[in-house]
Design a protein around this ligand. Structure first.
Ligand SMILES: [Zn+2]
Length: 421
């Protein structure tokens, strides 16, 4: 059966995972919550969406309130039957079963499951799960503002977020930046110097891209802005002691500094990964994240390399058209296999037909946990295998072409763009 051979090939590939939020291993090893540690995101959002009160969620996942596993389970039990039917829930049930031997998760089994998770998470667990079980060669991992970019380079490459140099809104924010920069930031010129120096420090430490996360808090429309205008916005932040600056006051500075980051990244050969589409969590302005809002930014930076994340869900067609249109726009499906395998498969099918094969990334788990990375990356492999298998059955690709495309979108494209050796 040719499809079986293709699937076997796809599951044997050492993949490069383009997007994770995995913390350092000692953080996972210090966890005492077990199962309830897995609710920082995703299933937690579906529990809230299903009706779970936010206070119950916070109590369930608070490691310091002394609740027993059975008591935590009681808090989520009314909502779990509804949240465990989503793709987030299915993925969790699957990786709990495969990695920890969990059968049905309920009030009877929960204490034992928690124990198994806590005892499995020992030094070396990351290597076991990511390299041996998930077949991940390298994973690109996000580092938040203020975090070091030193990562275990056997498994990871760092991708920092530098949005905090674009979004100061109070004197206190500037003081935080001053601590990081080690010098005063009283003018726009000093802010620009600090942004550039930080990027250079990170580049010297081997980061492979920068990430723009701003669609969680504002529109992705970054307008062209003269430096003098940005300086006026900066001065308002600096000069106002008690201030209540709104987005209209701050936008010019944010636009200017974000555009500048894109320019600096391009000069250093660092691609820019941008969150587009659905924001994780409950309650946000989806329209802020529309991929086509980036058009002006892209047109003005032909030398920058833009990787549009999450297929711009639900605007995957915009990402298709943009990656087809612009030589410097890349399409990344990361997170979508966890959100909806059906959407991910439809989208990948369309992308293969619209976007040159060197500009598609098909695997990124986008998880806070290695176990989630394992589950989501396995699901991505299944989707790639199903979509390419169907393409072979239709006569669109030969078996050999399908294998080659799988290697590009699961490994080689990321290895080349992010210069991973
Ligand atoms: Zn993410």
């Amino acid at each position: 059966m040719p499809h079986d051979a293709l699937r076997e090939h796809i599951f044997s590939l050492q993949i490069i995972d383009t997007h994770e939020h995995i913390p350092d291993e000692e953080v996972a090893c210090a966890d005492t919550l077990g199962f309830f540690n897995f609710f920082e995101h995703y299933v937690s959002s579906d529990l809230v969406s299903a009706g779970m009160p936010r206070a119950s969620l916070e109590a369930m996942r608070n490691p310091h309130n002394g609740l027993l596993p059975g008591e935590r389970w009681k808090l989520m039990e009314p909502w779990w039957p509804f949240a465990c039917t989503t793709a987030y829930g299915r993925a969790m049930i699957e990786y709990m079963g495969e990695l920890f031997g969990a059968g049905e998760i309920n009030g009877e089994t929960i204490a034992h499951l928690c124990l198994r998770i806590v005892s499995a998470r020992q030094p070396g667990w990351y290597h076991t799960v990511l390299r041996e079980k998930a077949g991940i060669d390298k994973a690109l991992v996000i580092r938040w503002p203020g975090q070091s970019v030193d990562v275990d380079r056997e498994l990871f490459r760092a991708v920092p977020i530098l949005d905090h140099y674009a979004t100061p809104s109070t004197r206190a924010d500037l003081e935080t930046l001053e601590k990081e920069a080690g010098h005063a930031i009283q003018t726009l010129d000093q802010l620009m110097a600090a942004q550039e120096a930080l990027l250079d420090r990170f580049a010297a430490k081997g980061i492979v891209a920068v990430k723009i996360f701003l669609a969680y808090q504002r529109t992705l429309q970054f307008d062209r802005c003269a430096q003098a205008e940005a300086a006026r916005a900066f001065d308002r932040i600096w000069l106002s002691q008690k201030l209540d600056l709104g987005f209209a006051d701050l936008k010019r500075l944010q636009d200017f500094m974000t555009r500048r980051l894109v320019g600096l990244a391009a000069e250093r050969g660092l691609p820019v990964q941008i969150h587009t589409g659905l924001q994780e969590g409950n309650g946000n302005r989806l329209e802020n994240s529309k991929p086509t809002l980036l058009t002006d930014l892209i047109l003005d930076h032909p030398k920058a390399q833009f990787v549009l994340f999450h297929a711009g869900y639900p605007w995957a067609g915009e990402v298709s058209a943009m990656a087809k249109n612009f030589p410097n726009v890349y399409a990344d499906l990361c997170w979508m296999p966890a959100v909806s395998p059906a959407f991910a498969a439809r989208t990948l099918d369309e992308w293969i037909e619209t976007i040159p094969a060197n500009k598609i990334f098909a695997v990124g788990g986008d998880s806070n946990y290695v176990e989630g990375a394992y589950g989501h990356c396995n699901r991505a492999r299944r989707i790639v295998s199903d979509v390419l298998g169907a393409k072979v059955a239709q006569g669109y690709f030969t078996e050999g072409e399908a294998e080659w495309v799988a290697g590009r979108i699961l490994r080689e494209n990321a290895r080349e763009l992010f210069k991973i050796d």
